[in-house]
Design a protein. Structure first.
Length: 358
């Protein structure tokens, strides 16, 4: 008969050679937010995943600024969108709530300073950016009653409030642009696509607070294959009756989107949220046998077989992430971590580079 003592206290394998010890930030050192965020890596649970995501994004940035081989330069030059992507093309995907919330400002910082190379966004993430240039979104509460809000002409996005008047202003702004695009389609034989429309709207808004103004200025392509699934779709629906004929070609866009990956020397994926934006970026990277670097941030679970909940390792099985990659997923509501991720990666690199150049 086995000794109960030996059963309970069986001999352990020595972990010290291959594993870091768990430790947290000691507030007796004072308040140092930089060191506090560094300590997440050894805290455990999702804090450790956050630390790993910082490492993975910094690898993308470092690779982007490495000297390029002749082969990599030749490959980049095949991309029909003329911009300097460096040695790593960074894809950023996010769902519409990231633009509805204050995280819009953080995304704008990235495109304003040319830190990412290709955006994939759901329809709401396009229109909300332009609407915020025309009228504000307000803070509310998750528990406000839909029936009462409906009577008052107020729309709720979680704990954010958007008056119907904002969408009226959006309609008044966008309809003349649609009219002009239709003229150019007929007279100039322009084949409009969702990405071309977003580029045009970024030009027309002419507002530095806009994400897509800076995408237009820096020639960063923005893909939204379900662009009609939101207020822009409503406006296009109404416009199809008042001034019919405007068309959007999604096939030209899928060719252009996939070629952002095919003609890249290396690729990194940062995907905030799930669904269409996640799959669209991952599937483009399948065309090159997977991304070299990958970070997912969302709250979805894998048990239901959804793409949103699919783990990075599932993407490896499809060839969407390379087998030698060390991908990271943070299970977290993104408004909590996106500003901190940017602070420890892109923003730190931006300001350290500026300091070095002085």
């Amino acid at each position: 008969m086995s000794n109960p003592h030996d059963i309970v206290l069986g001999k352990s394998k020595d972990l010290s050679a291959d594993h870091e010890q768990v430790s947290g930030y000691d507030f007796n050192q004072g308040i140092d937010y930089d060191k506090l965020l560094d300590s997440y890596a050894t805290t455990g649970f999702q804090a450790t995943n956050f630390g790993a995501a910082i490492t993975e994004i910094n690898k993308m940035i470092a690779k982007k600024h490495e000297p390029m081989s002749e082969d990599a330069i030749s490959k980049n030059e095949l991309n029909p969108i003329a911009r300097d992507r460096g040695n790593c093309t960074i894809f950023l995907g996010f769902t519409s709530n990231m633009v509805s919330a204050g995280t819009r400002a953080h995304i704008r910082f990235l495109v304003q300073h040319n830190m990412v190379d290709c955006l994939v966004v759901s329809a709401g993430g396009i229109e909300e950016d332009f609407i915020k240039c025309l009228a504000p979104t307000f803070l509310g509460d998750f528990e406000l009653k839909g029936k009462e809000l409906r009577k008052e002409g107020i729309n709720r996005i979680g704990n954010l409030l958007v008056p119907n008047d904002n969408y009226c202003k959006f309609e008044n702004w966008i309809n003349p642009i649609f009219d002009q695009m239709l003229i150019e389609q007929k007279e100039g034989n322009i084949n409009w696509t969702p990405s071309k429309m977003i580029h045009r709207l970024g030009k027309e808004i002419n507002d530095p607070s806009s994400v897509y103004y800076w995408c237009y200025k820096n020639n960063i392509p923005v893909f939204s294959p379900a662009l009609t699934d939101g207020s822009i779709g409503d406006m296009l629906y109404f416009h199809s009756y008042t001034n019919p004929g405007l068309k959007l070609d999604i096939i030209e866009d899928i060719r252009l989107m996939n070629n952002q990956a095919v003609y890249a020397a290396n690729t990194g994926m940062i995907i905030i949220g799930g669904g269409l934006i996640k799959h669209h970026i991952c599937n483009a990277n399948l065309m090159r046998n997977g991304a070299n670097y990958s970070v997912f941030v969302n709250t979805a679970q894998p048990f239901d077989g959804s793409d949103s909940g699919a783990t990075p390792d599932e993407a490896v099985s499809w060839g969407k992430i390379r087998m030698d990659c060390k991908p990271v997923k943070i299970y977290c509501e993104a408004t909590l971590v996106l500003p901190l991720l940017i602070a420890k990666t892109f923003a730190r690199h931006h300001y350290s580079t500026k300091q070095e150049s002085k």
